[in-house]
Design a binder for this molecule. Sequence first.
Ligand code: SAM
Ligand code: SF4
Length: 351
Amino acid sequence: MLVQIRSPREEPLGEALVDRQARQVRYLRVSLTDRCNYRCTYCMPEEGIEHRARGELLSLEEIVAICRAFAAWGVERVRLTGGEPTVRRGLVDLVRALRAIPREGGGHLEVMMTTNGELLGELAGPLADAGLGGVTVSVDSLDPARFRRITRRGELARVLAGIDAARARGLRVKLNTVAIAGFNDDELASIARHAWSRGATPRFIELMPMAGGRLFVPGELLPAAAIRAAIAEGLGAKVVADDGAGVRGLGPATYWRIAGGPEDGRRFGVIAAMTENFCASCNRLRLSASGQLHACLARDEAGDLRAALRSGRPDALAVAVRAVLGRKEDGHRFQLDGSGGPRKAMVTIGG
Ligand code: SAM
Ligand code: SF4
């Protein structure tokens, strides 16, 4: 059934979102739910989390209204995340409605999604038709037993079939792999090869100590330099930075290139919040499923956009957003021993 999503009110045009460090926000991550059909060990406590009641979530119409305002303020791209975004009802209609939002600089808002891929086999076609630009799919192992161990319930074959479906429908695909010492450090090169063979770009992520550090095991952190070394060794080639320091795209990843061997010229990304901090170029804000706007993944402070929107005051949303932006800190406080992170679990904000 096609649902017509109309935003409850229009936001006036405003100025670009620039913080005290002259960082301009061009990218909004939007969590659609704090629920997930997986229970990845580094993301969600085994006992689960206390979920927000459904009535506390932003409605799809409210999400569209907020994204329309951000687009008027210069945001070019939104990324839907979770928990797991594909378990939110109305996802396809939401993507269609978001894609219709005009961008300040011309064209329309770009809409991307990060997913565990479990439901992508069924959803890739409808999402592509609705205008989704691409998906980032999380795959931490190509060994089905390991994959199940880390996700506590995932089925690898379903996810790989989902990736194929996404590619077949013309979606751009990236693979996200959290690199974990003693778990998948022996298969990073094979994961990269697998991604390339599927037309996808692999990206490797350092573990971050969310949830008050409760899910973080210091010996499991694989630093970016070790990730690159493992890939170079596994491929029997060199890894070089595209421009001498790793090329940074719109997001937090730096990109690296294989030099030599059969994979010569192939690229992969590294997201290294812990050892190669990228806070200075941070261009994003994060919206939780209940409408809390977070200026930083690594901190708990947030502004309540749901209350602002529901207040009915025409300028309330703009005021709340600017207040959050004004408090955006220069950087995170993650420490290598697992301290310094936020109380919130990754599953509640979506990465
Ligand atoms: N459920 C979707 C998924 O798994 O892709 C979207 C949400 S998930 C929280 C987004 C990304 O965050 C995933 O790639 C996941 O592997 C990553 N992630 C979760 N917890 C993490 C942690 N503690 N450190 C680093 N990355 C983490
Ligand atoms: Fe769910 Fe994604 Fe977290 Fe895994 S990483 S538990 S799939 S939200």
